[in-house]
Design a protein around this ligand. Sequence first.
Ligand code: 5GP
Length: 143
Amino acid sequence: MIKLDDAYDENNIFAKILRGEMPNITLYEDDKTLAFMDIMPQAVGHCLVIPKEPAVTFLDLSEDGAAAVMATAKKVAAAVVQAMDAPGFMMAQLNSSAAGQTVPHYHMHILPRHDGLELEFHARKPENMAVLNETAEKIRAHL
Ligand code: 5GP
């Protein structure tokens, strides 16, 4: 259960990714943010942007961290749209379990959208690593 007043858990999965303790398919990285493939994508090309600073929800993010996440999200979303030839895209982020957040490190979802193509269920089905790597390569080509 993730609550709005939770302290940051240094052992959450995204903190481990940031420390290089978990395998990860990186799309983009700078001094304040990391963008990578979601391993249980709701659409082909679903990826996440996280701040490097410890923050559980949007309310915990510094102004600077929030600005950095948005700047990276803008770059990555443009690349996802081009790589997936998407006529639309969705950006979403959930704050606390009450809102559906499952990983307690702030993250922005970027999902390409196509007319008539429904999203897969949230955080339900892990995708094959080879498929994720292939999609990541297509996105990186536009970054
Ligand atoms: P939330 O529910 O917190 O908004 O979203 C968490 C997202 O992280 C989900 O879309 C889920 O598929 C993804 N996710 C969960 N565990 C991992 C992981 O170990 N690696 C990556 N790359 N994504 C993960």
